[in-house]
Design a protein around this ligand. Sequence first.
Ligand SMILES: C[S@@+](CC[C@H](N)C(=O)[O-])C[C@H]1O[C@@H](n2cnc3c(N)ncnc32)[C@H](O)[C@@H]1O
Length: 488
Amino acid sequence: MQEFGENIQQAHDEKLGRHLVASISIEPGDTILEERPLLVAPHWECHQLKCAQCLQESYVICRRCQVFPLCMDCSQHDEFECEFFASGAGKALCKDILVKNFGICGLLKLLLLLENPNTQADCQMLIGVPINLGDYRDGEGMWQEHEELVVRPLMECGLVDCLPTQQLTSDILHAHCIRIDSNSFEVTAKDGDTLKGVFVWGATLPHHCVPNTVVALDEQFNMKLYAAVPLQPGDIIYNSYTNPLMGTSQRQHQLRLSRRLECTCTRCLDPTEMGTHMSSLKCKECGGFSVCEIDSNGKLGDWRCPDCKALLTAAEVHELQAEVGSALVDAMGDLQVYEALLTQYGPLLHPNHFMLLDIKQNIASILRAAALMTAMDQPCKKLLARRVELCSDLLPVCRAVVPGISKLYAIGLFEYLLALVELVELQFAESDLNKKEYVAHLKTASLVATEAMDLLRFEPENSAEGYLADRISMELERIESDLKKYGR
Ligand SMILES: C[S@@+](CC[C@H](N)C(=O)[O-])C[C@H]1O[C@@H](n2cnc3c(N)ncnc32)[C@H](O)[C@@H]1O
């Protein structure tokens, strides 16, 4: 069992089930929970064999058990799972079960953890939470994926007979798949592939669209949870299961689909989405902004302009959003098309509308890639200026939707910093900026870099965010040395 700090304690209520609450006042950045994963597994649809130990690409099979893949750097994997197939109950099973059906890997690992006396108690915490299979048994989407990639191959390979005490049926296997999906965090292997990480205490964290903690995951898949904002005794410890740059309708759809969760958090009940207006539309009558009418259960209604009371029906809004959504899919990475979409739909939506933000993020990332490839000529300066503009548009929204210590805002600042420095360096080199103007921009860049590094200071060194902090620190050194050279 993993330990958690003295600053939190376990609680239980009907709505949230098991969860954690602050037992004392907690400062932003204070560690709340440190936990090793119970299980790290590839996605069900993964066909590339992954090393059972480090989860990187693998092309060899463990010589001892002849079932689990290993990579060139790892000579062994979990002793219990190896032994099970080497000389234990699974010895007689066909050795290529994972080669033929790699999708079963995550569930196979969980079944062996359940069989292992040393890990049974941890697993029980996870599988002890009842699942209403009726909510999922629609034969489509998630259920169908589990059935085809995991449950059926596992039922057919004879493994269930080797684990008689678990009395496995296909319903039990489906429930385990749902538990893995709904409790997992996205973790990243060293080779950059994303995986599912399941943490016993991490799995108890309920959802809030404005979480009060930050989840940090290092290269060994260890989790560190720290406070994003000050917490008072009794405050529930929340994580977010969704992307904060999604609008309320998108987040609610995702939560309903993946977690069967109807969110009624403060952001979901706030028509202005924390003042960002990420779901607001331009009022056709008075030019103000129409906001969604939301009832106390978080159910979205029609859109109404608070100034002139003009109505936009939910059906009209959904139609418009579906139209923009499919135009976005059709755009397929084409810069001109994205810019045309901004021109077409910008006048109908609030400038911070989540669909416009999505288009702007697409444009900014195309421009970032283009800046790496294009020669530094005149059109490039225009593109760089456009990138700076888009990154700066995104910043206030990133700041508003994740208060306190925010990785999202840190990343937004980093993107803005890169764009700004590239642009002003080029403008200075080509004498578009004089020394005084250049220095003023460098001072802004220095402040941006410092703020981004400050937001990342609680991240583990060996994590993607830890490496990002190093990258920003190098950038800051370069900026400071230029400031020294050209005078402050
Ligand atoms: C990661 S699990 C949480 C496990 C649970 N707390 C326990 O007893 O271990 C996610 C599930 O908890 C419930 N849940 C999480 N956040 C919630 C919230 N804000 N309101 C209601 N239910 C929530 C939903 O059923 C969701 O599918």
